[in-house]
Ligand binder design. Structure first.
Ligand code: ATP
Length: 337
């Protein structure tokens, strides 16, 4: 079996990008024969970016309900919350102790901050917490704890996966005594999965507040958000550059190849942006409406979601607990049985 692992950070309301870029492909993958799926809510990661407890609490419920409404089957997938698995932060510490600081100095998320500070002329480490600096180690712990073979990620995460492999290899060499304690995970980047643009044209992202929410606010909010998508100033009748158009990118992420080609043709033949937005809305609403109904029913019963997450954590800890015993023994914290 191939063990596939992926997580979503509960740092805001789930959006079209999270669904098309992560949830939909993961749910499809989880139904394939021979796939053992581990999907989790990365709530410790949320603390790195978000210091608003209410936002995190709301997001937790929304993300869990979205996974389930989108079709994740918790009987089949090990579906859990990171903070319900105490072995993860414990492993994170063990890995921190073998991770060279120089490796983390090169991590994209940290470097992006340093570069921004250089532009502003401020101290390189302004606004950088230890959480942000060492977050690839926590990510390594998420993955190595369950010995995942495949980790589907966006392109921006490829480097962090390489770091996970580096850290795992180092740990294996130091403590494996000739055998591998950790499986080296492989990165899986799906070229068909596009990065969806947000309302302002940057990557749609919870932390940029530029998202089109999947379910929150209902059909009305979906329509309002679509109407706010930035377009160029070409009027009705003028041919549009579909490839450059955010509307087309969004449409293509949901439609079949033929439908996307038709939408593209219409744009190139001069369909007005207003009509294009209405078409995009109608298309999305058709797909999302039945899922939204399930979502509303799920969010009305947070206790049921909690039960599902607890059952998932129980399943996950059946693996993480004995594996942690083995790791403690390997590093010398416990007697060899
Ligand atoms: P944050 O701003 O908190 O990082 P995010 O909205 O960018 O949040 P994450 O929780 O970091 O999303 O990522 C969850 C998953 O959603 C990842 O697999 C990521 O690749 C995917 N994802 C996020 N944004 C997009 C997007 N704009 N297009 C496609 N996939 C996306």
């Amino acid at each position: 079996n191939t063990r596939v692992l992926t997580g979503i950070t509960p740092s805001g309301t789930p959006h079209l990008g999270n669904y098309a870029g992560a949830m939909r492909p993961s749910i499809e993958a989880s139904t394939q024969p021979g796939v053992d799926a581990f999907y989790f809510m990365a709530d410790y990661h949320a603390l790195i970016k978000c210091d608003d407890p209410q936002r995190i609490a709301r997001s937790r419920l929304e993300i869990a309900a979205t996974w389930l409404a989108a079709g994740l089957d918790p009987e089949h997938v090990t579906f859990y919350r990171q903070s319900d698995i105490p072995e993860i932060p414990e492993l994170c510490w063990m890995l921190t102790c073998v991770t060279p600081k120089g490796l983390m100095n090169r991590a994209h998320a940290y470097k992006a901050n340093v570069d921004q500070n250089a532009l502003r002329g401020t101290d390189p480490d302004d606004g950088v917490t230890m959480g942000l600096f060492s977050y690839p180690v926590l990510m390594a712990a998420d993955i190595l704890m369950f010995n995942a073979n495949k980790v589907p990620v966006g392109r921006d995460q490829i480097q962090h996966l390489e770091m996970t492999r580096d850290i795992a290899q180092r740990f294996n060499n130091l403590y494996g005594g000739g055998r591998d304690l950790f499986v080296l995970p492989e990165v899986q980047v799906d070229d068909d999965v596009a990065t969806l643009p947000g309302l302002d044209g940057r990557k749609m992202s919870k932390s940029y507040d530029n998202t089109i929410p999947l379910f929150e606010g209902g059909a009305k909010a979906l329509r309002a958000a679509i109407m706010r998508i930035v377009t160029d100033s070409r009027g009705p009748g003028e041919p549009k550059d579909a490839e450059q158009s955010h509307l087309y990118m969004l449409y293509r992420a949901f439609a079949s190849r033929d439908e996307a080609a038709q939408f593209r043709r219409q744009l190139e033949e001069g369909m007005g942006w207003g009509d294009a937005k209405t078409q995009l809305y109608d298309y999305l609403e058709n797909i999302l409406a039945p899922m939204r109904e399930r979502y509303i029913a799920l969010t009305a019963r947070p206790d049921r979601i909690e039960d599902i997450l607890q059952a998932g954590a129980d399943k996950a800890r059946k693996l993480s607990r004995p594996f942690m015993d083995q790791l403690r023994e390997a590093v010398g914290l416990r007697a060899v049985a």
